[in-house]
Design a binder for this molecule. Structure first.
Ligand code: NAP
Length: 340
């Protein structure tokens, strides 16, 4: 049997392009005692993968040239020589951009089949959902009647953060990249408003627009994108406001960094408004995952929380889907359906 994998062929300079990736095939080796063979069904594509393509110090090691791209997957066990795992069980693991994976079971989590679609374990009930819940409750300490602004509002993290914030009684304003996304954010997710960041021509206009949506100022900014959005938010932050720094996707490929807000101006605002700016990485919050699931899973089951998925078919389409994600051309949680 042949296994497909997509490797990092070379490191990108700026935005990734197709030649940074290569599809390779190899023969499946024999499964040894203690091992399982997993057929990957779903691959999650996430913005953090851009960081793994660079050879720089970060909270996780980079992918080496020639290695399969990193990624969390759901797969079905098709061969088991490990007594803890049975054929046909579903498992979640960091198998990477591959069609099949051999594992000794270490670090895998079993996934029960329920009436909630299995792939939600990579989205609204997985890492992005847990990130939204943590950012809102543990990092920003969101409270009733506060005003929160959430960037990348229609995406995997932003869409849940906003719906949970509405349930807590906050005023919620989203920022998204086109009118269709904004309409979804307001009319389906129930946000109080949404600004299309691609409709504003300069930061001053953007900042004024945020002010008009948030006349009492912004208590919490759920930061997913940085760039001009961050610059427009800063003057609108209230005294003692909080910024939960979850991501900065607009800068991941280095674009616009040289035009960014000046550090002294930013530093002064943090000081005089007494802001709390708190970066967080979800891997440091594993202990709250059960609490998150206990709270959010019933809401998804009852459809009190909704979610959107953007599904691409076939592993070979992962590079183009990932390039699109970094340019805002996804709409909802981006997944690759690797096999049935
Ligand atoms: N800290 C953590 O542990 C953690 C965990 C998960 C995710 N994150 C971060 O959370 C953020 C959202 O992740 P996600 O999985 O929910 O992705 P997503 O929102 O589903 O997709 C990414 C979105 O980012 C927006 N975007 C892309 N380029 C942009 C640009 N130049 N300017 C403004 N917006 C841009 C696009 O939305 P629009 O079209 O609406 O602009 C795009 O759809 C990312 O920054 C990610 O790295 C952090």
């Amino acid at each position: 049997m042949q296994i497909e994998k997509i490797i990092l062929a070379k490191r990108p300079v700026g935005e990734p392009t197709f030649d940074n990736f290569k599809l390779e095939f190899f023969n499946c080796p024999e499964i040894k005692s203690g091992e399982i063979l997993v057929k990957v069904k779903w691959l999650s594509l996430d913005p953090y993968m851009r960081g793994r393509m660079d050879n720089v110090r970060s909270y996780a090691s980079p992918v080496e040239i020639g290695e399969a791209m990193e990624g969390e997957c759901i797969g079905e066990i098709i061969v088991s020589k490990n007594e803890k795992f049975a054929v046909s069980e579903l498992v979640i693991g960091k198998f990477g951009w591959v069609s099949h994976a051999i594992s000794n079971g270490h670090g895998l989590r079993k996934l029960k089949r329920t009436n909630i679609p299995e792939q939600t374990a990579l989205g609204v009930l997985g890492m992005p959902g847990h990130t939204a819940w943590t950012g809102l409750n543990k990092i920003a300490n969101a409270k009733k009647e506060e005003t929160i602004v959430i960037s990348a509002a229609s995406g995997a993290v932003g869409s849940l953060a906003g719906q949970l914030a509405k349930k807590k009684g906050l005023k919620v304003i989203g920022i998204a990249g086109n009118d269709q996304k904004c309409s979804y954010v307001v009319n389906e997710l129930g946000f109080d408003g949404c600004i299309n960041h691609n409709n504003v021509t300069n930061t001053k206009e953007f900042s004024n627009l945020i002010q008009s949506y948030c006349p009492n100022g912004v208590d919490i900014y759920f930061e997913n994108v940085a760039g001009k959005t961050l610059e427009a938010i800063i003057p609108n932050m209230n005294d003692f406001g909080r910024i939960a720094v979850c991501g900065m996707i607009s800068w991941y490929s280095g674009k616009g960094i040289d035009q960014a807000i000046s550090l002294p101006k930013l530093w002064r605002t943090i000081l005089v408004r007494r802001l709390r700016v708190n970066g967080f990485i979800i891997f440091d919050h594993k202990e709250t995952y059960p609490q998150f699931i206990e709270e959010v899973s019933p809401l998804v089951q009852k459809q009190e929380i909704i979610y959107k998925e953007d599904i691409k078919a076939g592993l070979s389409n992962a590079p183009s889907a990932f390039i699109d994600l970094l340019n805002g051309r996804n709409f909802g949680k981006l997944l690759v359906k690797v096999s049935d």
